[in-house]
Ligand binder design. Structure first.
Ligand SMILES: Nc1ncnc2c1ncn2[C@@H]1O[C@H](COP(=O)(O)OP(=O)(O)OP(=O)(O)O)[C@@H](O)[C@H]1O
Length: 677
């Protein structure tokens, strides 16, 4: 017997705490022990470089062995090893005091939510083991191998060991309730989760079970598009390919490496849940980076690896941490740079990814002032106008640069990114990335400048290209440019833009008819000599009577057009302000937006159908004998015109649809009767 002793501890009864309540998942013990093995191997490399190792260093390796009968699990490394003195110092004193320190912190934080539970180190093995043994042989010349044993009480024994290989074996005699760790499948799963990217091969049953290569630690210059894509597929199997990525790489004022990918956004993705994996020196820490990554970038995926993120503090303290805040700013800035880069160098790809990128960017602008400044000029909108695309930037030699096959940019800080090759992407995914190949995109600034003369500071937009198609067409025909702002974030983004650019007002195409769309005084001619009524007044009266709806305001206007048949006979308008108010209320009460009973029906006095309708009603003297066949038909057609206008705004329920179809048939029957007679 070499030595027996008692470990000095200041916190009484440290073991029960370690054993029971410290970690919600005891499994992290494996990560801690394997990390120690990796450290020992790296230390050996260092002393070897310094010429202090005699003999072969050999291939670094960590081996996990399981003995199901004895219920033991051992982790062996061929690293630096320890002498008896070192075991006493590093295990009995250092490891213990760091464990104690950890527990103090853990208790005082009063928070179970410690990110990653790092730093308990060697003593975390007592969470799952009733006894732990160390067999170790130091690299030092003439060192004697030692055997340390501790049964979970503060008492230990230290004696000579027959071990002849340099390195360390930690053997855990598992507690009854922790025997799951003798299952190879469980060990494989844990290694894959926590140790997959550790830089040393980890072996179980004669097989390497970790990937080992951490792509984010490699130089971006040496990586190809396929390397990034393959890595993404490895991290997120069975997912759609990412849109683009950012390779982060900095060592000042903090150390940080990582690769962040922009995924294609799916509606079912919870954007408040982080998907980025946090590592510390290639050791997995957590899937939850919510405190570190700016909120708007949470839907990004990939890896962030930084030893400078404090891991043994509560989540709220983490949020307040200065380094963490700097890291968040750094990540946002790099993402902004990357977007600017793509906008400048590969506009077509930027546009084709915009549907997904746009959401990040807009959300980012609303949440982060600095990010907003960085990207405000590259926010684009699909427009009804055919805009000339700016030509690609000229190279220094003054030639036009054709888009390179892959774009790699090395910035001052040394971080780099790699573009998806446009040609290759198209081959793999023909055209599907491009939302609408015929559409053009513009920035708000360009829009405002272009339209300054006709409608200064007023933006016409469409939030639903299908239902608002008529309105869009009307604007288009009169040369009024409309922006499509139809993603789910756009209604909030519009309010944000109006706060940002105080003079600019956004009007949805169906909210009001701009004077550019109207022909004034066209329907002012008197068409009823008996009453001196104008065409416009007659039409208004006709509709008011036919519809008999107090809450619907009838307005008559002559829509400008070279081809009146091509304009709608009537349209429903919902004033912008009131509509937004309703939308907001619905949102607050978590209800669907109801179509308001109060709205305006604009009847287009220029439309041939409306002309005919006046003639028809006059012929049938609808005013006096509402039941005459012509009067009835005119009445039905008024309803019909109104329904057609309504359809752009709301889906009909079964009853309304039935009535609409019945009336359609009746109207058609009557019209065919007339035509035939
Ligand atoms: N496999 C090993 N080979 C050599 N030395 C080891 C090994 N495991 C532990 N040690 C020594 O014991 C010390 C304490 O280990 P422990 O895991 O408790 O803390 P740590 O590794 O220093 O830090 P951390 O708290 O981050 O784990 C280590 O610093 C190291 O000197």
């Amino acid at each position: 017997m070499l030595e027996q002793g008692t470990i000095t501890i200041h916190t009484e009864n440290i073991f029960p705490i370690i054993k029971k309540s410290l970690y919600s998942g005891h499994e992290v013990f494996l990560r801690e022990l394997i990390s120690n093995g990796v450290d020992a191997i790296q230390k050996l490399k260092m002393v070897s470089h310094a010429g202090e190792v005699t003999g072969e260093v050999g291939e670094p390796k960590i081996k996990i062995s399981i003995d199901k009968d004895k219920k033991t699990l051992s982790i062996t490394d061929n690293g630096i090893g320890m002498t008896a003195e070192e075991v006493k110092k590093y295990i009995n004193q250092v490891a213990f005091s760091s464990a104690e320190e950890f527990i103090q912190k853990y208790r005082s934080s009063g928070d179970q939510q410690i990110i990653g539970h790092f730093g308990l180190g060697f003593y975390s093995s007592f969470m799952v083991a009733q006894k732990v043994e160390i067999d170790t042989l130091s690299y030092k010349e003439g060192a004697q191998a030692v055997h340390w044993s501790c049964d979970g009480s503060p008492n230990f024994t230290l004696e000579d060991s027959p071990r002849t290989d340099r390195g360390t074996t930690i053997t855990l005699f598992l507690q009854e309730e922790e025997v799951e760790y003798v299952e190879p499948s469980r060990i494989r799963q844990l290694v894959k989760t926590y140790c997959d990217f550790m830089p040393v091969p980890i072996e179980l049953e004669g097989e390497q079970i970790n990937k080992q290569k951490a792509l984010w630690r490699e130089s971006p210059r040496s990586l190809k598009k396929e390397d990034y894509l393959e890595f993404y597929r490895y991290l997120y199997p069975f997912q759609e390919e990412p849109l683009l990525w950012v390779h982060l790489n900095t060592d000042y004022p903090f150390l940080l490496n990582g690769i962040l990918y922009f995924p294609k956004l799916k509606p079912e993705v919870d954007v408040t849940q982080g998907n980025i994996k946090l590592f510390c020196n290639q050791v997995f820490v957590s899937d939850h980076c919510e405190e570190i990554i700016p909120k708007f970038l949470l839907p990004m995926r990939g890896v962030i690896d930084s030893p400078d993120i404090p891991l043994n503090v509560s989540r709220s303290a983490l949020q307040m941490d200065r380094t963490v805040r700097k890291i968040a700013d750094f990540v946002a800035k790099k993402v902004g740079d990357r977007l600017n880069e793509l906008y400048r160098d590969n506009r077509s790809e930027y546009i084709s990814s915009w549907q997904d990128l746009g959401t990040f960017v807009k959300f980012g602008c609303m949440n982060d002032e600095k990010f907003k400044k960085q990207v405000e000029d590259i926010i684009i909108y699909r427009t009804t106008l055919a805009v000339e695309q700016p030509s690609p930037p000229a190279t220094e030699a003054g030639e036009q640069a054709s888009p390179p096959a892959t774009v790699q940019v090395q910035t001052q800080e040394g971080d780099a990114w790699q573009d998806v090759t446009p040609a290759a992407q198209e081959q793999e995914n023909p055209k599907s990335q491009i939302p609408n190949p015929n559409s053009e995109y513009t920035t708000l600034k360009e829009y405002l400048e272009r339209n300054q003369k006709r409608h200064e500071n007023r933006v016409f937009y469409c939030s639903d290209p299908v239902t608002q198609a008529t309105y869009v067409e009307l604007h288009k025909k009169q040369g009024l440019e409309v922006l499509f702002m139809d993603s789910f974030i756009d209604s909030h983004f519009i309010s944000f833009l109006e706060r940002e650019y105080k003079d600019v007002k956004f009007s949805r195409v169906d909210s009001e008819l701009d004077e550019n769309l109207l022909e004034k005084d066209k329907a002012a001619e008197i068409v009823d000599p008996k009453t001196n009524k104008t065409r416009s007044e007659l039409i208004k009266e006709l509709f008011e009577k036919a519809l008999n709806k107090e809450k619907v305001t009838i307005r008559t206007e002559a829509l400008k057009s070279d081809d009146p048949q091509g304009t709608p006979p009537a349209m429903v308008l919902l004033p912008e302000f009131l509509r937004r108010l309703r939308e907001m209320n619905a949102l607050l009460q978590q209800q669907a937006v109801q179509f308001p009973e109060e709205h305006t029906l604009v009847v287009n006095t220029s439309h041939p159908l409306i002309h005919n309708l006046v003639n028809l009603s006059q012929g049938g003297i609808v005013q006096t004998e509402g039941t005459s066949p012509s009067g009835e038909l005119a009445n039905m057609i008024c309803h019909h015109v109104y329904d057609l206008a309504l359809m752009a705004h709301k889906a009909f329920d079964a009853e309304k649809m039935k009535a609409f179809l019945e009336r359609s048939n009746q109207v058609l029957t009557r019209l065919t009767e007339r035509a035939a007679s």
